[in-house]
Design a protein. Structure first.
Lengths: 630, 567
């Protein structure tokens, strides 16, 4: 809309005059615009001062173009070109209708790139109209959903089948496994003592080597200088103008209760809101959560991505689907119950800038806010403190592949797309992706920022979750060990051994320790001499070292995990951690069973069951004025 | 750091090691050729003989008695020529001489000038307690290294406040427990010191957590030891209540003596608290004088106070019969402080040098007034005099028994010189094997021979055979006759046994090991020189890639981080 003198009124002023925002809001918007370097429209949406429809209608009026409400006037599907779907998503454009020989194209953000694209694709006389980006995305879902879904499920399998877990065991793996079992059985029949001694010795040596490897990790990780340090000063020194657009994927399934908590946590992020591209990734069938998300009336930075159903229903598949709609330069994943530290995104930007150019991913640390709820949450917290505060920084320092944690891993978007993103068949897609990135020559780093999650409070729920993780580690191990020589060449000796002990060790230890403990308890209770032949001195001493020094070390390093996390009250609890290992083995055997019978089944972990969740939810739902008061 | 710089550092370290080993090795030879024998080295040699000839499997013994020096000595026996009394001395010199070289290298890396670093390393080397540790066998040298590590771990906890300090402590305390007679005292000192060393947030939130972090490893070590003892049918009470010890391989007499004299674990913290109050002002005054920055004071205070407390406790209780462990602990703390805070030397080199010199003189003066006959003998030998022969009666009995093939029961308390002189432990029935216990549980002994010391002496009073059979020394036992008597030691033999070995010449009873020390020292020097030459060659080799990395590194940029992501 032009003013009397023929110039176009500034959009901010226009919005004020239309009564859509107040003058104070305009002043704040202009201030933020200067600091953040984003547009006024993005800021007022991010702040939640305008509804999307209001803004886009106002923009259309202001620019003297047509606003198309695609909810009532959907696009002509015949105009949709499947091959261009990725560009539609990237540029937020969509061919809408053919009117009097002219193609009308709707765009949410018409800029030079969009004009160029429209000119090339639809001719010089194509007309560009305005539409809400959310309407465009919704229509893209409808028109390209199947196509995107197909890519999400089968993309990696088709492009890079060697790295896809869609085939659990390859024929050569089955052959080797069969051969090993057969030879072992035959040897056990022919030379029972020698065969059992050899097996026992191999197990003892594996556990011993695993202990030494973990000791090395703990030693390196215990040094305060090991971590990547994104200091507060460095974060403060960041210029908001230079910050990249950040996509946050939040895959959820049947978790309506934790939505307000998550939204509150994301709002608290110390990052220009208008540079956030937050996607709530929800299964299309999950009406309950979708309804809850809509009812929350979230600000414009939140988008709902409805994932169409497919043969497999896993988190990586949902994320792959959502990736088609993601526009950030960086991308991260948060789980529904996550509470990232507010400066995490900025710390990651600092960490990326300080890291070598081939760093593709930065993993933030995970821990639990309900650590002192019960024994299980305490154990879980100890484990995570050890894993994320000791082991992962050490893995990075030693250049061993880092099995990413399920959340708070921050990717460079271009690299993520280049490596075909997540494997939808792998139930620990993150661990797999970390290894794949390292194999492809990228680095994975760790940043000193924490995301707090809800620790499992119930043992059955914990076993469900843990069995999925262990199954995923088995899948990851099997995938990358299809070509052990190739793995060795791509990772080097340290990385290769690290993979064996860290990824392989996680499930191998869970599986073999009950057998060893079983034999031990049998001997302890009955004093039987049956096992004497299987434990000659040469095996007995490594086994004793494993039993006493190894287990002692793992208990102690759990103590130190709590120390490093500054959860001092948790340190004495570490003495009970052996009981937790029993649970781990139960989950390990369940995982093994599932690997054979239900390899791609995603055991859903229930969230929001902590006693803290209700309070968190109530706090999150409080009006802003009350929060400020409190 | 690039590989090339690492090679250069290793090369410098080797040169330093070569020089200091040459010095200490020569000193070793000098002392031994003048008749000096160290109790610890003799004990280590005797223990390695016991391990080598014990009916129990070697692995069983070394696991059951996880003494670090013993393990080293046992492994070294496998080297050709390793079954020599010289071996503990050579190993000790090798371990101790590493310290000045390491100290010099680290200080240079931290920016100390050559002169400052070399002076500090030299002044520490000539500290009497360092020389003592380096020339009296592998047990003392290993203990010194463990003490240094202990002090470094305390400094790290107090200074960096990270988990690494606790991991270092977790290694040190179990090692100390199984190798040092003052381990119990140190643990007591730690009880007091921990709140000072721990992060303040931890102390205010949960001070008990600090004790968990510090004491879980030694607790696990003790429990493991008890468990292993149980598996291998060794009395598990030994580690907690040494009066139950069969003392097969116990570190030395002092621990038993202290316990026997009424040592009370529970009184320890009280006594230490008293001395902590007394020692603290002195330490702070010293730190002010040397110009220690305020933020370093807490760390140094913690590391220094532990040995001071232990020393004062020992003095106060009038138990300083053999002050070596305590003085070595002080020396270790000094080394650790110098290593950790090289900037002190940079900022005030004369004050630090003065303090070190004062420490060396103080150590020498203390040796002069020490009642230990071993110290006296060492000093005499150091000054070139032929020292008084120590443990002549034991050595005489050992030499006499050397020709004897009959089984002889013997408690090891004070008997290591005897076993060392015998050069074998075969046909000796020693504590730690079931038969020994059987003999003590019977109404009378039934072995062909038994050896007992005079119960009027300290070692005689502790001897388990004397305790079981109080008149064994004075009148023997029914059916036995006195076969050999050597000034406080007697051998009784079944009267029915024929033929007695001839008596031995007391002045020429066994080798000091001096010639072997000389040969070994020369051989090791040759190996070190070869290694140094090899590393020098490696450091000279150039490859284009390495040169680039080196130049980048020297320019202050870390090669791996020169590129940055385009964000």
């Amino acid at each position: 809309m032009l003013s009397a003198d023929g110039t176009r009124q500034p959009i901010g002023q226009f919005l004020v005059e239309q009564g859509l925002i107040t003058r104070e809001q305009l002043e704040e918007t202009l201030d933020l615009k200067q600091r953040w370097g984003t547009r006024i429209g993005d800021i007022v949406l991010a702040k939640g001062w305008l509804k999307r429809e209001q803004l886009y209608q106002a923009l259309a009026t202001h620019l003297d173009t047509v606003f198309i409400d695609m909810e009532s006037e959907p696009p002509d599907s015949d105009l949709f070109i499947k091959e261009d779907a990725a560009q539609y998503s990237d540029l937020l454009v969509l061919p809408w209708a053919e009117i009097r020989g002219q193609t009308w194209v709707v765009a949410a953000d018409p800029d030079v790139r969009v004009y160029e694209f429209v000119r090339v694709k639809f001719g010089e006389d194509a007309v560009i109209a305005f539409a809400s980006k959310f309407d465009i995305l919704t229509q893209l879902h409808k028109l390209a959903g199947r196509q995107f879904n197909e890519t999400a499920v089968h993309g990696l399998r088709h492009i890079d089948p060697g790295h896809s877990a869609s085939q659990v065991f390859t024929p050569s793996q089955i052959f080797v496994l069969y051969g090993l079992i057969s030879v072992s059985l035959l040897l056990t029949i022919w030379f029972p003592i020698a065969a059992l001694q050899t097996l026992n010795a191999l197990l003892a040596l594996y556990l011993l080597a695993s202990f030494f490897f973990k000791y090395l990790l703990a030693w390196v990780g215990s040094d305060v200088h090991t971590d990547i340090k994104a200091t507060d000063e460095e974060v403060k020194a960041l210029d908001d103008l230079s910050l990249p657009l950040y996509t946050i994927l939040v895959p959820m399934y049947k978790e309506p209760d934790v939505l307000p908590i998550l939204a509150a946590a994301l709002r608290r992020m110390d990052y220009p809101l208008s540079k956030l591209d937050i996607k709530l990734v929800l299964e299309e069938e999950d009406k309950e959560t979708i309804a809850a998300a809509e009812a929350l009336n979230l600000e414009g930075i939140f988008e709902i991505i409805r994932v169409p159903p497919a043969a497999i229903k896993t988190k990586p598949k949902a994320c792959n689907f959502a990736l088609h709609f993601s526009r950030g330069e960086l991308l991260t994943i948060f789980d529904a119950e996550d509470k990232p530290e507010p400066d995490q995104l900025k710390k990651v930007v600092v960490a990326f800038r300080k890291s070598p150019a081939n760093t593709a991913c930065i993993q933030a640390r995970l821990n639990y806010y309900n650590w002192n709820e019960n024994w299980l949450t305490r154990m879980f917290t100890l484990e995570y403190s050890l894993w994320f505060d000791f082991y992962l920084p050490a893995l990075e320092a030693l250049k061993v592949p880092i099995p990413l944690g399920g959340t708070s891993n921050h990717f460079k978007m271009d690299v993520l797309r280049l490596v075909n993103a997540w494997d939808p068949y792998n139930v620990t897609e993150d661990a797999d992706l970390g290894t794949r990135l390292t194999q492809l020559g990228y680095r994975v780093g760790v940043v000193n920022s924490t995301t707090y999650e809800e620790a499992n409070t119930s043992i059955p729920n914990w076993i469900r979750q843990r069995s999925r993780w262990i199954k995923g580690y088995m899948q990851t191990y099997l995938v990358h060990m299809r070509d052990p020589i190739g793995l060795y060449r791509s990772l080097g000796i340290v990385g290769f051994l690290g993979f064996q002990f860290f990824v392989g060790g996680t499930f191998i230890t869970a599986l073999i320790t009950p057998i060893l403990y079983g034999m031990y308890v049998l001997w302890l209770l009955t004093g039987t001499h049956l096992l004497d032949a299987v434990f000659p001195d040469m095996i007995q001493f490594p086994s004793l070292i494993n039993l006493l020094i190894g287990n002692g070390f793992f208990i102690y390093v759990s103590v130190l995990g709590a120390f490093k996390r500054k959860l001092f009250g948790l340190m004495p609890w570490a003495l009970t951690v052996p009981l937790y290992w029993i649970l781990m083995s139960i989950a390990g055997y369940k995982a093994l069973w599932q690997l054979v019978y239900k390899p791609f089944f995603w055991e859903k972990t229930a969230h929001g069951i902590s006693k803290f969740s209700a309070a968190e939810r109530a706090e999150a739902l409080k009006p802003a004025s009350e929060v400020a008061k409190s | 750091m690039t590989r090339k710089l690492l090679v250069r550092d290793a090369c410098k370290l080797l040169i330093g090691w070569l020089l200091s080993f040459g010095l200490i090795g020569t000193l070793n030879w000098w002392l031994l050729s003048r008749g000096f024998r160290s109790d610890d080295a003799t004990g280590a040699f005797a223990k390695s003989l016991i391990v080598a000839t014990s009916p129990a499997p070697l692995a069983k013994i070394v696991v059951t008695f996880p003494q670090v020096p013993l393990l080293l000595a046992s492994v070294a026996r496998a080297v050709p020529g390793g079954a020599s009394p010289a071996l503990p001395y050579v190993l000790g010199a090798l371990l101790a001489s590493f310290v000045p070289a390491w100290l010099y290298g680290k200080m240079r890396r931290e920016g100390c000038g050559i002169l400052s670093a070399a002076s500090v390393a030299f002044l520490l080397t000539i500290h009497p307690m360092f020389l003592w540790a380096g020339t009296t066998g592998v047990e003392n040298a290993a203990t010194l290294l463990i003490y240094i590590y202990f002090s470094l771990s305390l400094l790290r906890i107090a200074w960096e406040q990270d988990a690494r300090g606790f991991m270092m402590l977790a290694i040190t305390l179990p090692l100390l427990l199984f190798s040092s007679p003052v381990a119990g005292l140190l643990m007591g000192a730690l009880l007091l010191l921990l709140p000072v060393a721990l992060p303040r947030s931890m102390v205010s939130a949960n001070p008990a957590a600090g004790y968990v972090a510090a004491f879980v490893p030694p607790a696990i070590a003790v429990l493991s030891w008890i468990y292993i003892s149980w598996i291998f049918h060794v009395d598990w009470r030994t580690v907690i209540f040494p009066e139950f010890s069969k003392r097969l391989l116990s570190t030395d007499l002092e621990t038993l003596w202290r316990l026997n004299a009424g040592f009370d674990y529970f009184a320890l913290p009280v006594v230490l608290s008293f001395f902590a109050v007394a020692a603290a002002p002195l330490l702070f005054a010293t730190m002010r004088w040397t110009g220690v920055p305020i933020q370093s004071r807490r760390a140094i205070f913690v590391a220094s106070l532990a040995p001071v407390l232990v020393a004062l406790f020992e003095i106060a209780e009038d138990r300083l019969s053999h002050p070596a462990p305590v003085l070595m602990l002080l020396c270790a703390a000094l080394i650790a402080v110098v290593r950790r805070f090289p900037d002190l030397t940079i900022q005030s080199p004369f004050r630090v040098a003065g303090l070190l010199l004062l420490g060396a003189l103080g150590g020498a003066a203390f040796l002069q007034v020490s009642p230990s006959s071993e110290f006296v003998s060492w000093q005499q030998s150091l000054l070139g005099k032929h020292s008084d022969a120590l443990h002549l009666p034991e050595r005489s009995v050992g030499k006499w028994l050397a020709a004897e093939k009959e089984e002889t029961i013997l408690d090891v308390t004070g008997a290591y010189p005897l076993i060392a002189a015998r050069a074998s432990a075969s046909h000796l029935l020693l504590p730690g094997v079931p038969d020994f216990g059987v003999q003590l549980q019977a109404n009378w002994l039934s072995t062909p021979q038994f050896v007992v010391p005079d119960p009027a002496t300290a070692q005689g009073a502790l001897n388990v055979i004397n305790r079981r059979y109080p008149s064994a020394y004075s009148s023997g036992m029914q059916g036995y006759t006195l076969a050999y008597d050597s000034d406080g030691w007697r051998v009784y033999r079944l009267a029915a046994l024929p033929g007695l070995p001839a008596s031995v010449n007391a002045t020429d009873i066994d080798s000091t090991g001096a010639p072997e020390v000389w040969i070994w020292t020369a051989a090791i020097l040759a190996v070190l020189a070869g290694g140094t030459a090899l590393l020098s060659l490696l450091a000279q080799m150039k490859s284009p890639r390495k040169s680039v990395l080196l130049s980048l590194n020297l320019n202050g940029a870390e090669p791996e981080r020169v590129e940055s992501a385009p964000l």
